[in-house]
Design a protein. Structure first.
Length: 751
């Protein structure tokens, strides 16, 4: 039963003797033993005890004392009385009161007093110490406590004592101490019982060490022990926590084969596991097939949670109604699932109705409930409503936490209320709610967007000095903000500081700075940074290579651009259509349109779907060279084989046709095609087309085109009347001038 591989998580205690208590410093510092020797100045009238009081009467009065100091004074008085008779229950009660105060030293003094008085000290006395050490986070004192028991008091801990100690350590995730304590238990030949195995199996299961946990289960018969329902259920829970419900179902089969009957607890554990994985139908079938099992509140809550988690909110609400009809109550966790599911669907009004229903059923919302609603309201830009809900939260005694403040601050920043966001940030700190890495990240990003970089840098320094966990996202945001504002040198300083501060750089960090260096025409340094990135074990991605590629294409250095694409392929980063589109654009810019056309064909043969980003540069280059037929062929091919042409494609072709690249009829037909697609023609080129139509006495065609443009542009009746008036008296230039001015106001785009 060695535990060398045990990595445990909190484990429920097998005995109810241990309870969590709030601890406070012991309020007086004098020696407890000297207190016992003091003559009492307290008269018997202060203690309603008869002169011949019994231990049970003293015990009852001790339990009614308001605090441990009052209990000590009472004990001091009683022990000085001539008829005082010591009793274990009295000492134990006093020890418990000192334990509640967290006064370990005073407890030890009392223990020594008991020992010096030759009062018998047994295992139950030391169980009180065990509880106190756990509550006071003095876990390392548990093993020395056992040595003290054995050496000074000749008390040998039994299985029960070890179980309590192991459970306390597992509960607080003290793995090394669990291992040490269990080793001592084995060394002392203390026979484990079923509870011992259950505690250790739970620890292994919580650590996802399921194979060792199963081996421990199989080892139980060697000790003459049979696994019980808790043993199997603990293992099932472990498999479920490891997202292996099928493994949990196998344990269920093993449980049945061993003759151990499933209980409602084990069935509910499996139902909950199936629901967590969205296997609702299986969960319902399992419930139906399990003879003798009657679904309870836990079962229905699991089903509602599962339905909400898988997006079946309507069915979740129906299940809620069914539960209420049958007299079951939903817990806060289930209400939160319903509210969260509705919020994810944007059904904020329905979510608020569930909140009101929840309150009306005397189920108190918690911080998670309010945070879900506040976060959703902020995402929907309903920041005022979110703020009001936060006020309601506070008025009900539910204090806002860092998630609440983060949601409100993000909402304020997204709605351009950054000054109010900064005020809330200050209020957050005043109320003792420490900002976390996400708080700083939200504010720094917002300040960078407003180019308030000085304030962003100040906030970064505050974050670093506050001891807040440092997040690479914060540094990436600031580096990006500095680079976008041409402050690349300062971005490099932040980049260099990250290593000294123990913040690991990510691919985004490198890509952001590489992009900034390239835009500052410091491409050699960008290339060195890429090499550094590789040395640090980070692989350059498509963004990294495309950044470098764009720079070389803009500079017309096609050889280096082609080398980038080649290196990209060699390093296992397959170029995509964005990469090829960038290179094609660079080739066209360098006047190598035929090479670009060949590359277009090559990419097509690779099976990639060509996009306007790849086609547009080639079509534009061909149009500029009056090779309009080739451009039109590519345009038609694009419609048949690639992504549909975008607005830019249409305007490139229209511009080429209108500037003498084709027949005037072809330009007219293309204008009609554009308008049918809902795309308004670029007006300067439309002006050239109008001149051509007038010169060829095709005024009727021009009037038809102008009417179509006015219809698609949705001109007002007054605007249409003015233009048609000019057309009627054949003042075409005036009609075109007015149309152009109106279109500029409505769609001020230039390509």
């Amino acid at each position: 039963m060695a535990l060398s591989s045990l990595h445990c998580h909190p484990l429920p205690l097998p005995y109810t003797i241990i309870t969590q208590r709030h601890t406070a410093p012991f309020p007086f510092s004098f020696s407890l033993s000297s207190t016992f020797r003091l003559s009492s100045s307290t008269s018997a009238t202060h203690h309603p005890l008869p002169p011949d009081f019994s231990p049970s009467q003293l015990l009852d009065l001790l339990r009614r004392q308001p605090d441990e100091s009052s209990a000590l004074r009472l004990f001091q008085w009683a022990s000085a009385q001539p008829n005082y008779s010591a009793h274990p229950s009295v000492f134990h009660e006093l020890l418990r009161q000192l334990a509640r105060a967290g006064s370990v030293d005073s407890m030890l003094s009392l223990l020594r007093q008991m020992h010096s008085s030759q009062f018998p000290v047994d295992e139950s006395t030391f169980l009180i110490f065990l509880e106190t050490y756990a509550n006071s986070e003095l876990h390392s004192e548990i093993n020395p406590l056992i040595h003290l028991m054995e050496r000074d008091f000749a008390v040998k801990p039994d299985t029960r004592f070890y179980n309590v100690g192991l459970s306390l350590l597992v509960q607080t995730n003290k793995l090394k101490l669990v291992e040490t304590l269990h080793s001592k238990m084995v060394a002392d030949a203390i026979q484990p019982d079923v509870s011992t195995f259950n505690i250790l199996i739970r620890a292994l299961s919580k650590a996802h060490q399921l194979r060792p946990a199963i081996l421990m289960l199989e080892d139980m018969p060697n000790y003459g022990l049979r696994p019980d329902e808790k043993t199997f259920t603990t293992l099932m829970q472990g498999f479920i926590e490891a997202a292996d419900v099928d493994g949990a179902l196998r344990i269920k089969e093993l449980m049945v084969e061993s003759g151990c009957a499933l209980t409602s607890v084990s069935v509910n554990v499996l139902v909950n596991g199936l629901c967590k994985e969205g296997r609702i139908e299986e969960a319902l079938r399992f419930i139906y097939e399990e003879e003798g099992f009657c679904p309870d509140q836990v079962t229905f809550n699991a089903l509602v949670n599962g339905l909400c988690r898988t997006g079946h909110i309507k069915q979740g609400l129906e299940m809620m109604d069914f539960m209420l009809e049958k007299g079951f109550e939903l817990d806060v966790y289930t209400y939160n699932s319903l509210i969260s599911g509705l919020c994810k669907l944007g059904e904020i009004d329905e979510a608020e109705e569930i909140l009101h229903h929840m309150i009306s059923r005397d189920c108190e919302p918690n911080t998670v409930t309010y945070n879900t609603l506040i976060g959703t309201l902020c995402k929907e830009n309903h920041v005022e409503a979110a703020t009001e809900l936060a006020r309601v939260l506070t008025s009900k005694g539910v204090l806002p936490d860092v998630c609440t403040f983060n949601s409100l601050i993000r909402g304020l920043c997204l709605t351009s209320n950054r000054e109010i966001a900064m005020e809330l940030f200050g209020e957050m700190k005043e109320k003792g709610c420490e900002p976390d890495q996400f708080t700083y990240s939200i504010l720094i990003e917002s300040l960078c967007l407003e180019r308030r970089l000085k304030e962003a840098l100040t906030l970064l320094k505050e974050m670093e000095s506050s001891g807040c966990a440092r997040n690479v996202v914060v540094y990436n945001t600031l580096i990006d903000g500095l680079c976008k504002n041409n402050r690349v040198g300062e971005a490099e300083d932040i980049f260099d500081q990250m290593e000294m501060l123990g913040v690991s750089k990510s691919s985004v960090t490198y890509n952001t700075l590489i992009n900034g260096l390239c835009k500052s025409k410091r491409v050699e340094e960008a290339a060195q940074l890429m090499d550094q990135m590789i040395m640090e074990g980070l692989k350059p991605d498509k963004f990294t290579y495309t950044t470098m590629l764009k720079y070389f294409c803009q500079q017309g250095d096609i050889k280096k651009a082609a080398d980038i694409v080649q290196n990209m392929t060699l390093n296992g980063c397959e170029p995509d259509i964005v990469t090829y589109g960038t290179l094609i654009g660079g080739l066209c810019k360098a006047g190598r349109v035929d090479v670009a056309s060949k590359l277009l064909r090559s990419v097509q043969m690779k099976g990639l779907v060509l996009t306007p980003q790849a086609y547009n540069p080639v079509i534009q280059a061909l149009c500029k060279r009056k090779r309009t037929k080739e451009a039109m062929r590519l345009f038609r091919e694009m419609m048949e084989k690639g992504d549909p042409p975008d607005v830019i494609t249409y305007k490139i072709v229209f511009r080429g046709l209108c500037n003498g690249g084709g027949s005037i009829q072809e330009a007219v037909d293309f204008t009609v095609e554009m308008l049918e697609k809902g795309i308004l023609p670029e007006f300067p080129s439309f002006g050239f087309l109008a001149e051509g139509l007038c010169s060829l006495s095709m005024e009727d065609t021009l009037i038809q085109l102008i009417n179509m443009v006015m219809e698609k542009a949705k001109l007002s009746q007054a605007e249409t009347s003015i233009i048609r008036g000019f057309l009627k008296i054949q003042k075409f230039n005036d009609a075109l001038a007015n149309l152009g001015a109106i279109l500029d106001r409505k769609r001020p785009r230039r390509f």
